[in-house]
Design a protein around this ligand. Sequence first.
Ligand SMILES: [Zn+2]
Length: 497
Amino acid sequence: MKKLYFILALLFVPMMFFGCSSKDVMQKVSENCDYYKITASLNTQEKTLVATEEFYWTNKTGDTLSSVLFHLHPNAFKEGAKTNYAVSQTQENRAYNGEKDFGGITINSVYCNENSLNFNILGEDEHLLEVELNEAILPKKSTVLKIEFSLDIPKVNHRFGYGANTINLGNFYPILSVYENGEWNRQGYLSSGDPFYSKVANYEVSLSYSDDYLLKSTGNLVTENTQNGQKTSVYSALAVRDFAMVLSKDFKEISQQVDETLVTYSYYEDENPEAHLKTAVDSLNTFNELFGVYPYKTLCVVKTNFLHGGMEYPNLVYVSDQITNESEYNNVIVHEIAHQWWYGLVGNNELKYGFIDEGLAEYSTALFYEMNDGYKTTKEEVIGNALSSYMLFCDVFKEVYGELNSQMNRDIQTFNTETEYIYLTYVKGLLMFDSIENTIGQNKMLKCLKGIVSDYAFCEITPKEMIECFEKYSKRNLQSFITSWLDGSVILEEIKE
Ligand SMILES: [Zn+2]
């Protein structure tokens, strides 16, 4: 109880972001962002989509470039995709309900100022689009690329796909790859983890679709009109890392205003939607206080046909309808909303450093239980369960594979199984952040997390920068302590007799 009073006292300390509001920062950041203008038409019968993407791009790479690279995430759902295929064998039942289906993206043409450009579809699984520029582009110069594409949406309960109730349009459009250290990031989709890495950008997305569907989306609704049974909705978003949409004929929804953000819960079957809206509202209130105010006007929690527990997108989170346990359902809502700070505001390369956003989302969820009664669990229980299940995992893993590489700071492709990835990223990540809290105290821990958000909001953080932030805001030398967690020299195993 002492700890609880202590945190409640912190609630009354006003939150500041660089000395001005997070919304002001967002506005300023958005002035230098690239801009995607997507005009799309969805055929809800055929589950196909045709679109034009105008991409207003300024070359901020520092290099003169003759080509631009985009990820084609929908091709992870193509028949025959190998390394980058979205569904692993163990997930097939939950993904397909027994009937395999495939889809993907076709690039029809690319233009720049009405001139047609050559383009190449690259990668073993056609997961990259390379656009050849007619003239090399100098640093700081801008251009507009127009990409015409079409989608075949697969019947699969996934980020991109449709199921019995929803059409999920996550990762549906060509998105710019990140250019670092003189090269474009070429890593493709994987069936485990969240295999994404992108920078914040501005969006305007216009979608036409059958008017018996309800659409939930990243961003704010700008206009909506209906003609001859077709609805056209235009959404805009500033300084977001990605743009996703979900449609359903069956959606019902309830919402609640939290300061400047409208929180909406959309569902098709739910015996207690008010309780789930309350979880979302409590999450937003808690994390606003702990980490800095969420700067966006909307936050949609959407129940979807989805094989995993949940998925975070800017302003929009999926929660799986396959979850039958009430506390697990709430847990996913809290975890995905925590990602609005850890992934959304403070980005990271999730293919290399998944422990940052997943570890922090799990740790934030534990903090949530400490600050909110009525969720039938406590932070101590969460940490205790994580520690015992991690130790059990180590035992079982060693029995099966002989040796466990408990290094967290490594490429997602070096993990042998999804279970290994989950334990070293989510569970060990949670234990690491909790152990930092135990070392520096909760007061300083929260100061560090607020500091990370204020220094890295709308940017991406690396492990080195994260450690520097912890040292800066705690005024403690934590380099070797945190590194020993990341490189696997902290051993969390029981001594066997
Ligand atoms: Zn997560």
